[in-house]
Ligand binder design. Sequence first.
Ligand SMILES: *Cc1c(COP(=O)(O)O)cnc(C)c1O
Length: 358
Amino acid sequence: MSQINLQSKICERIKSLKAYHVDTCSTEIKLHANENSHPLDSRLMKQLQARLVDLPLNRYPDPDCAGLKQILANRLNVKVDQLMIGNGSDELIQILIQIFCDPGDALAVPDPTFAMYNIIAKGMGVRPVPFPLDEHWDLKAEPFLESIRDQSVRIIFFSYPNNPTGNCFSAEELQKVIEVFDGIVVLDEAYYDFARTSFIDQLDNHNNLIILRSLSKIGLAGLRVGYGVAAPEIIREVDKIRLPYNSNMLSQVFSEMVLSEFSLVEEQIDKIIDERRHMQEALQDITGVTPFHSDANFILFRTLCESRTIFDELAKRGILVRDLSAHPRLKNCLRVTVGTSEENSQFLKELKAIVQAS
Ligand SMILES: *Cc1c(COP(=O)(O)O)cnc(C)c1O
């Protein structure tokens, strides 16, 4: 038996990290993770069930994800050799940083934004350079580019729409950044389906542009399927360093089936977009609550009272949301996912009661 000092062996850059925190509890109403609350259409569930019986799970999956890539290429009107598939788009974020950054290089992100860019960067010894968003959670290209000059920034990540603020940044300003920046610009379009605006048609003009998408927010979070579209030259580098078989057989086969019947998913997305508008108005009507505009499947809102109290009280009533108040710019801010209409009504009713009582 040996007992060494493990802490002394762990790299400093890893020791100083905090794990990405997801609240898990047995609450009935989960509006904290930006999932699609509607279960997969029962017709699709039946198809999946039937297919499961014949799957050769004793074999490795297709290492190239050829079937899935073909379906995506047709849907997106891009070439198969422009596509990368990840075990969630989180994995692709990690791979891209690995390809473009050496330890000591920097990555630029607006602030606040999706926490994983920073967490992944720091884990690889890459320095995140945050740029503060303005009071509308937007940014201007010129001051942004000015602020990252001489910082060894190799790659910029824009969450579009931005998580957790919910808005799309000004397209004109992003366009300028793509055109002027002498490095890689990643447009993380994880919430594309709720905004239906994209930079994907800019790929032909700008080989420094990478588009990331995900199936997580539109109903397949459990499958872990993310994909990226980029110049074939970039895809070839991705293929060198991604682990073999990074996309498993169930994820490939099931996502192919779901994408082939996408109208069934589209119906749910339409419902969520409708509900978002309704929820935005209802939040606006609660005294002491200020919602921000959203192009995604969640809404950020600020409360006059302590957001932690609201979080706790909602949890007691079986509703889980995300408390973002740890970020200095997001004091007393919470993020709620747009769920089913029943979930949303329940959330609004409880939130109103809690706010009025405090
Ligand atoms: C949820 C989210 C992701 C991660 O998506 P996965 O495909 O589930 O890994 C990436 N980017 C943003 C901005 C997200 O909110």
